[in-house]
Structures are given as C-alpha cells and as structure tokens.
Write a protein that binds this ligand. Structure first.
Ligand SMILES: *Cc1c(COP(=O)(O)O)cnc(C)c1O
Length: 228
C-alpha cells in the first residue's frame, strides 16, 4: 500500500515537472498541496513517508483529529474548505495556511485569534472566478479592496489568490478562468501588494493551471485515489 502512495506521488511530481518545462516555468516553482479530506491518517502518513509535507483539509473537526494524530510528523497544514465564523479559532490555532478566505470578517477573526507564539497565518483570498451564483468566493470586483484590508492585518500574511473553476474537459477552456485569476493577481501586485502564491489546479487541470502561473496545486484524487 505504501508503495502505491509513493508511485502516485512520483507520477504527480513528474506531471508537474513536465508542465513546468513545457510552459517555461522555473524548475521547482510549482508545489503540491496533498488534499487529504475524507482520507484516513494512515494514508496521510504513507504519503508523508514518500516525502510529501503540505496537506490540505476541508472540514475542521476531521482535520483537528488527524493533525493531533500525526503531530510527530511535522507536516504543514492548509485549510481549504468553506469557513463558518465559529470555526475560525480552531483554524487560527492549528493551521499554517488558509486558502478559502472570502470575507473580511473571517480574516479579522483569524487575525484576532492567531496565537502570539505562532508565525503570521498565510492567507489566500478565494475568488469566484466563474461567477457561479452558488459558489464560495469573492467577486472579482471586490478583491482589490478586501486584499488591501487583509494585507494590513498584522497576524496574517496575505500570500495570494485561490480559485476552484467550474470543471471543464478541454485544455483551452480550463486555461481561461485560471488566466483571469493570474491577471487579477498581477493587478494587485502592480498596485503595491507582494503576492507570491496562486493556489489553482487540481487533479484534472494541473497542466492548465501551471501554464497560467499556478505556484501551489491542490491535488487529491491523483495522490490518494478516489475519496472513500
Ligand atoms: C477536494 C479539493 C481538491 C482536490 O480535488 P481533486 O480533484 O481530488 O484533485 C482541491 N481543492 C479543493 C478546494 C478541494 O476541496
């Protein structure tokens, strides 16, 4: 079983290295976040044994159980799921990154609740890049204002933008919304922010995301197999 995890990790890393080369990205500039929601701690430990350090979780209670169980492994935990206000304390206390901030109120709570003995919490703002009515995320026109406000919070470190585009199969259609996220990030940087992270790309659109500048791809199924 552990050999399967190592094989899948090496396949994903090979896809990433090939895409970096094909789209003239710097070698090693794209990182993998292993999305471990609904996967057991044993699967995370197996992937960690193969060398993976960054893990992403969507559900707080499930995540806290696994973080406690795997504390000895010194992993880097990223929260990537929808955030209710009553969950911010647990996130602020136990995670290194949050990718799914889509309201200033959530950022303010994370800032207030980040423990003083931990480094600032790394933040990506989630953008509803396809303008889907029922989807999480800031509207594009809101992003600049919220980004400026979040960047001013001392216990947070604004790192970049995150999006989950509507799934489409063909490469050109996959690239379009991801290109818009990149353009938005470029505009924020031109306006004085120093964002270094584009959290985009999943198992099915990794290559499109790397073509459009992803720095952190969030990969679940391709690493763990189908979710239980
Ligand atoms: C589940 C999830 C992923 C991983 O999706 P796969 O298609 O399994 O790679 C990535 N990002 C977010 C926000 C997720 O919830």
């Amino acid at each position: 079983m552990n050999a399967d995890f190592a094989d899948r990790l090496h396949l994903v890393l090979a896809r990433i290295r090939a895409a970096e080369h094909r789209f003239q990205r710097l070698p090693g500039s794209v990182h993998v976040l292993a999305v471990s929601k609904t996967q057991p701690a044993t699967a995370i430990a197996a992937l960690a044994a193969a060398g993976q350090r960054r893990f992403g979780e969507n559900y707080l209670q499930e995540a806290l159980d696994k973080i406690a169980e795997l504390a000895a492994l010194d992993l880097e935990w990223h929260f990537i799921g929808p955030i209710q206000t009553n969950k911010t304390r647990g996130i602020a206390e136990h995670f290194a990154w949050v990718h799914s901030v889509d309201r200033l109120k959530i950022a303010e709570r994370l800032n207030a609740q980040r423990p003083a003995d931990l480094p600032p919490l790394n933040i990506c703002l989630q953008v509803n890049i396809d303008q889907e009515p029922a989807k999480q995320g800031l509207e594009e026109r809101e992003v600049a204002l919220i980004a400026a406000a979040v960047a001013a919070l001392p216990r947070l470190r604004l790192r970049g933008l995150m999006a989950i585009p509507a799934p489409v199969a063909d490469f050109a259609s996959q690239r379009r919304p991801l290109a818009r996220l990149r353009t938005l990030q470029d505009l924020l940087n031109a306006a004085g922010l120093a964002l270094d992270t584009l959290s985009m790309g999943m198992s099915e659109d990794l290559e499109a995301a790397i073509a459009e500048g992803a720095t952190l791809t969030r990969v679940g199924t391709a690493l763990f197999g189908p979710r239980p």
